[in-house]
Design a protein around this ligand. Structure first.
Ligand code: IPM
Ligand code: MN
Length: 366
């Protein structure tokens, strides 16, 4: 491999701040490998609305299509909140990107280092060894994308809004394949989350998951939880979970819950993968931190760059097969934060460093 080609879509507010940190770390981590970074930047989200009148300009989409992976920052912010809902940066860029590239599998590792248990809102005795969960979320189906999706004025003068939650057996099976692979690479324990006591889609989900896993991976220990119970279990005893596996909206909610018990949204990376392969015969994917644009701290140079850097590491691992370099980056981050160099979100009263100081420390620990 001579070079890796990826699109860099930094987006808004802290997006570009943490993205430049990630690119610096990538550059440094790859320096001795002889592999060139071949990336090109494009506008997405609010900044793309301001400059081009669209949150996802055609040129940005074209660049993504020509790349082997997308490194995404984050989009949105107060400036664009008054736009009509369908035109807001999140709905008009991130969701169409996921759909366009059929990125149906979202992997969010919920990792809290033992040394950072203080950063979690959970009592330390509940998580003496930290947390290590993987959340797998279906990303292109369910209520996010089901049609019809509309608001109508009714003849009696009332107004009605409608979202449609829909799943096909085939959609459930293809994400179950991802869950099987993930569980096999970890402790072979899979907890599928649904609301089968109420929703038809969940009845199908549970049925298909049960049948499919018993046929394809009978050695995996499969359990099922209703989503309300799962939300409760996650805060009372997170380490009962190895791999959490669920549909789009439940996964959105549970992964934020998981993020906060893991100490900080600033540490949470994610990978969104589909079936299509890039020219390295690896999955094409979109990699993004889960934390959003953080309007409250944007522009101050204090955002935690770890989630963005860890997302870049996931990109190396999944889309380019560069496992050793990905691990090297993850270890450098662990060494840095457990060694006490921390941004404000994980500093708990001790001296907080800036984004660039944090980045420099990570590079030093590579
Ligand atoms: C996420 C985000 C997105 C989602 C928003 C920004 C559309 O919350 O990636 O979890 O709901 O999927
Ligand atoms: Mn979310």
């Amino acid at each position: 491999m001579e070079s890796i080609k990826f699109a860099v879509l930094s987006g808004d507010l802290i997006g570009p701040e943490v993205m430049s940190a990630a690119l610096e770390v990538l550059q440094e981590a790859m320096a001795s490998s002889g592999i060139q970074l071949d990336f090109q930047e494009a506008d997405v989200g609010g900044i793309a609305i301001d400059r081009h009148g669209s949150a996802l300009p055609q040129a940005t989409l074209d660049l993504c299509s020509q790349s082997d992976a997308i490194l995404f920052g984050s989009v949105g912010g107060p400036k664009w909140e008054s736009l009509p809902p369908q035109e807001q940066p999140e709905r008009a860029s991130l969701l169409p990107l996921r759909k366009h590239f059929s990125l149906f599998a979202n992997l969010r590792p919920g990792l809290l280092f033992k040394e950072l248990t203080q950063a979690s809102p959970l009592k330390e005795e509940r998580i003496p060894d930290g947390i290590d969960i993987l959340c797998i979320r279906e990303l292109t189906g369910g209520i996010y994308f089901g049609q019809p999706k509309e608001t109508t004025s009714l003849s009696d003068g009332d107004i009605q809004a409608l979202d449609t939650m829909v799943y096909r057996k085939s959609e459930i099976e293809r994400i179950a394949d991802v869950a099987i692979e993930a569980a096999n690479s970890r402790n072979k324990r899979l907890c599928s989350v649904d609301k089968a006591n109420v929703l038809e889609t969940s009845v199908l989900w549970r049925q298909v998951v049960t049948d499919y896993i018993s046929k394809k991976a009978p050695d995996i220990e499969l359990s099922h939880l209703y989503v309300d119970n799962a939300a409760m279990q996650l805060v009372s005893n997170p380490n009962q979970f190895d791999v959490l596996f669920t549909e789009n909206m439940f996964g959105d909610i549970l992964s934020d819950e998981m993020a906060v018990i893991c100490g900080s949204l600033g540490m949470l990376a994610s990978a969104s993968l589909g079936k299509s392969k890039n020219k390295h015969n690896k999955p094409f994917g979109l990699y993004e931190p889960a934390g959003g644009t953080a309007p409250d701290i944007a522009g101050k140079g204090i955002a935690n760059p770890c989630a963005q850097i860890l997302s870049a590491a996931l990109m190396l691992r999944f889309s380019f097969g560069l496992e050793a370099i990905a691990t090297k980056i993850e270890k450098a981050i662990k060494k840095t934060v457990t060694g006490g160099t921390r941004t404000g979100d994980i500093a708990f009263g001790s001296k907080a460093v800036s984004t660039s100081e944090m980045t420099a420390a990570i590079i030093k620990n590579l």
